[in-house]
Design a binder for this molecule. Structure first.
Ligand code: GAL
Length: 483
């Protein structure tokens, strides 16, 4: 049994230098040192993690892979084929090509996940408290739906006779199905976590080689959502060089995830499937053929630097975003750390207008009324959850003479209502921001009514251009309609 210190509770708050936390990898800007007795170990170029210097049994174990689940199509799942026409050899030739369920996951998920709030320090009470707060705080009413457990929910060993993963009875005395039943009784959905390697990032059993058994177990428990991590991958399942046919759908990484897609399909239960692959293996090119959403980066932190970094990364891959196809900017940090209210507004606005899954990641009972009004903003949620428009807002040049910035500050996007403009002030002082209506894709020239989506009020009628003062690190959210 592993020992967890209370510092782990803060894993998501500091996001680095915590036990099991991220401490390096491509794009990582957080801390790189680990607590005493823990060592920063590279999992792959994208993810280094603080692991116990001794006594960590899971790293470097080899895994064998079971036969893949059959590729028969049941009910709600569609088939998908690789785009490559090259002749495939080895595991790529026989890997399943079943796509994710179309019964769920059309729109980006709205929910809560335990990791940023509690790290490994989870139990039934904390999960059910979040579920009950979805009801009492009115979050369910505005669309929040998924209550998701992250790492550290099971025993360290599978059941020796059945081979199944066993819920930790000290954390979940009623099992996982007991929690799922109570979450369902509130009208919500329930998510769980596993790993496309031999062990999870915190050293608990992973699903590589046991995909069908684990998917079947999760289905029997009533699980609706699977977050599937990428730690402890045996060398023969890692990628080196360009995959067969030059298509990363045929990479070993993708095939590890494809095996779970097929296994989930085999259960006949619709699962929303999240690939926690940290932006590795060009996932944005093939993620929609395998799951509903995919992580674009290492772990979030409650910092302005994280928000601007992930925004800079994600704007390069906006063409991957559509119905059933969502770039995951990672779980929310609203309520954690020292983010200013303006930064928390930007966090929520950006995740909304780029249609990332929004999984709240804090102790909901600690949120103040300003924070609650941010995460319950009906107009931003309507943009995020638009049933008729799958694409995100995209950067535009606000005036002919404007110079470009990184990340971009001006975004325009379509909703069922019409055209929206979002302006992120990346500077550290209040600034005046101007755009010409003619520069906004889809608007044209003339006079327009400007509506403030945060306040829910009309600002007034303007001709040719609009100028607004935006506080440091804040985001203006506007709906623009012909006057
Ligand atoms: C990381 C993942 C985090 C969290 C953690 C659990 O790989 O990116 O979101 O799930 O593992 O150990």
């Amino acid at each position: 049994m592993l020992l967890f210190s209370t510092s782990l509770i803060l894993a998501g708050l500091a996001a680095a230098q915590s036990e099991w936390g991220q401490c390096g990898g491509i794009g990582w800007t957080g801390g790189t040192t680990c607590p005493s007795g823990w060592t920063c170990v590279a999992q792959n170029p994208y993810y280094s993690q603080c692991l116990q210097s001794t006594g960590s049994s899971s790293i470097g174990t080899t895994g064998t892979v079971s036969s893949t689940a059959s590729t028969s199509v049941v009910g709600t799942t569609t088939t998908s084929s690789p785009t490559s026409t090259a002749t495939l050899t080895g595991i790529a030739a026989s890997a399943p090509t079943i796509g994710p369920s179309k019964a769920v996951g059309k729109l980006p998920a709205l929910g809560w996940n335990a990791w940023n709030a509690y790290g490994c320090n989870i139990n039934e009470d904390k999960i059910l408290a979040a579920a009950n707060q979805f009801i009492s705080l009115g979050l369910a009413d505005v669309g929040y739906e998924y209550i998701n457990i992250d790492d550290c929910w099971s025993e360290m060993q599978r059941d020796p006779s059945t081979g199944r993963i066993v819920p930790d009875p000290s954390k979940f005395p009623n099992g996982i199905s007991g929690v799922a039943d109570q979450v369902h009784a509130l009208g919500l959905k329930f998510g769980i976590y596993s790993d496309a390697g031999t062990a999870t990032c915190a050293g608990f059993p992973g699903s590589l080689g046991n995909e069908l058994l684990d998917a079947t177990t999760f289905a029997e428990w009533g699980v609706d959502y699977l977050k599937y991590d990428n730690c402890n991958v045996p060398g023969n399942w890692s990628d080196s060089g360009t995959p067969p046919g030059g298509d990363w759908y045929n990479s070993n990484s993708a095939i590890r995830y494809r095996q779970m897609t097929a296994a989930l399909n085999e259960t006949g239960r619709p699962f929303q499937f999240n690939l926690c692959i940290w932006g590795a293996a060009n996932v944005w090119d093939w993620g929609a053929r395998v799951g509903h959403s995919w992580r674009m980066s290492g772990d979030s932190s409650a910092s302005w630097g994280y928000i601007t970094n992930i925004l800079t990364t994600n704007v390069q891959h906006l063409s991957s975003i559509d119905f059933y196809s969502h770039n995951d900017m990672d779980m929310m940090e609203i309520g954690n750390g020292d983010l200013t209210i303006q930064e928390q507004r930007t966090h929520f606005a950006v995740w909304s207008f780029l249609k990332s899954p929004i999984l709240l990641g804090t102790d909901l009972s600690q949120l103040n009324s300003t924070q609650l009004s941010i995460i319950k903003n009906a107009e931003l949620i309507a943009f995020h959850q638009d049933p008729n428009v799958g694409g995100p807002a995209s950067p535009f040049t606000p005036t002919p003479s404007a110079s470009s910035t990184s990340p971009p500050e001006f975004y325009a996007g379509q909703s069922s209502k019409g055209i929206h403009v979002f302006i992120v002030n990346t500077g550290s002082a209040t600034a005046s921001k101007t755009f010409n209506f003619a520069n906004v894709p889809g608007l044209g020239t003339g006079s327009f009514l400007v509506h403030d989506m945060w306040a829910g009020t009309d600002v007034g009628k303007f001709t040719d251009s609009y100028t607004i003062s935006v506080e440091a690190h804040d985001t203006a959210a506007l709906f623009i309609s012909p006057a």
